[in-house]
Design a protein around this ligand. Structure first.
Ligand code: NAI
Length: 389
């Protein structure tokens, strides 16, 4: 048996470089490839700077920093992945390009090498189908920044072998991550269940019920969320967040529950991307919001918070009903992947399932839109007065 696991990484952008750091930190032999050598070299320069800072802050020792660097080798051809045990792809989010990379890769690696994708929006099953041995293919979805975010969604394709799933689960746990297992469906767990956090907030704004700040204050002060939806969209970037919403919507065959917002589309089109362009829903100067707001009314805050929360709960309940993940993984994913203050299903118990159903039914009565349909699971539970925990 080899003493060190050999991990190949394709793509040295924000995700690939971050994953390389995580694997090197866990003492794997990391081979990092990007079709732009300059990008790969810059990634190493950036990593060295990050490690120097970590040593200065006493977060890691000087020896550990050296070990991480010496565990990573830049390579200039995928032929050098020949002895890899696991290869993780983190290149541009394009189905055809990814598929062609996997066919080339399969011609190089051994038959026991596990091939993984870090895609956030493409079908893992579709990507697996580009391999002659699709049973060794799997999704390993890290969150950004990979070294800091604890959650990893492990996404077996329809074709993935159970043994491959178990092996990957063990590998990634050893890398110090918190794993959840998600069914290969659009948005996996986090990007699916989190949609209403943005979508319902935008809808409330579009209807003129409240301004951005009031909605953010509602979610932070009443709900205990670290960031409000608009602050968070500005942080993620309206271009990126809009693209995820649109992709989830299209992948769900235009289910109205995931309908994107014109407001966000236009903000992206105008280049009002958020923090990175110094203007989004808020204006920024040296990283700080410069707008001033009047104090929101407490009663209004409660209503806004409840409306967004029940929509999130409905989405979490439906994900459970449709076997996207286990109850505990749904709870863990939202707390570790997007820092929600509580698991949504536990929150539903706290609010009372019947109350959640009534709130959603009231929204449905008002709008007559499928967007507000109650998950069958919640309705069944309310009828027999049961709870999630
Ligand atoms: P990025 O644009 O920062 O990096 C992509 C890198 O891939 C670039 O350096 C590019 O030169 C390289 N590349 C493109 N085609 C290549 C090829 N054929 N062979 C080798 N290298 C190639 O992108 P980022 O943000 O790192 O995303 C990578 C993947 O991770 C995407 O699939 C994305 O959906 C996924 N992802 C992104 C997250 C994020 O927040 N940025 C979070 C989770 C997943």
């Amino acid at each position: 048996m080899k003493d060190k696991i050999v991990v190949g990484i394709i793509g040295a952008g924000s995700m690939g470089a971050g994953i390389a750091q995580v694997a090197a930190n866990a003492d794997c032999d990391v081979l990092l490839f990007d079709n732009s050598l300059e990008v790969a070299e810059n990634a190493m320069i950036k990593l060295k700077k990050v490690l120097i800072r970590l040593v200065e802050k006493d977060k890691i020792t000087h020896e550990k920093s050296n070990a991480i660097i010496s565990n990573i080798r830049l390579i200039n051809s995928i032929d050098q992945f020949k002895n890899a045990d696991l290869v993780i792809e983190a290149i541009v989010e394009n189905l055809e390009i990814k598929k062609s990379v996997f066919s080339n890769l399969e011609a190089v690696v051994g038959k026991n090498c596990i091939i993984a994708t870090n895609t956030s929006s493409l079908s893992v099953t579709n990507l697996a189908s580009s391999c002659t041995l699709p049973n060794r293919f799997i999704g390993i979805h890290f969150f950004n920044p990979a070294p800091l975010m604890p959650l990893v969604e492990i996404v077996p394709a329809l074709q993935t072998d159970e043994v491959v799933l178990q092996k990957v689960n063990e590998f990634i746990k050893k890398w110090g991550k918190t794993n959840v297992i998600a069914k290969d469906t659009p948005g996996f767990i986090v990007n699916r269940i989190a949609r209403p956090f943005y979508g319902e907030a935008l809808r409330i704004y579009d209807e003129g019920i409240a301004d951005f700040n009031t909605i953010d204050v509602a979610m932070k002060e009443i709900g205990g969320f670290r960031m409000g939806p608009f602050e968070l969209m500005d942080f993620i970037g309206n271009d990126v967040n809009y693209a995820v919403t649109e992709s989830v919507f299209k992948s769900f065959f235009c289910d109205p529950r995931y309908k994107p917002s014109f407001t966000q589309k236009q903000y992206a089109e105008a280049g009002w991307l958020g923090r990175k362009s110094s203007k989004g829903y808020y204006s920024y100067h040296e990283g700080k919001i410069v707008n001033e707001f009047s104090k929101p009314n407490k009663n209004e805050l409660e209503k806004i918070f409840k409306r967004i929360l029940v929509m999130l709960i409905n989405e979490a309940a439906d994900a459970l009903y449709l076997n996207i993940a286990s109850k505990s993984d749904i709870e863990l994913a939202m707390q570790k992947g997007v820092n929600y203050p509580k698991g949504l299903l536990a929150w539903a118990d706290e609010l009372g399932i019947e109350n959640c159903v009534n709130d959603l039914d009231n929204l449905y009565k008002l709008y007559h839109e499928d967007r507000y349909r109650v998950s069958v699971l919640l309705r069944n539970m309310a009828e027999v007065n049961s709870t999630f925990f």
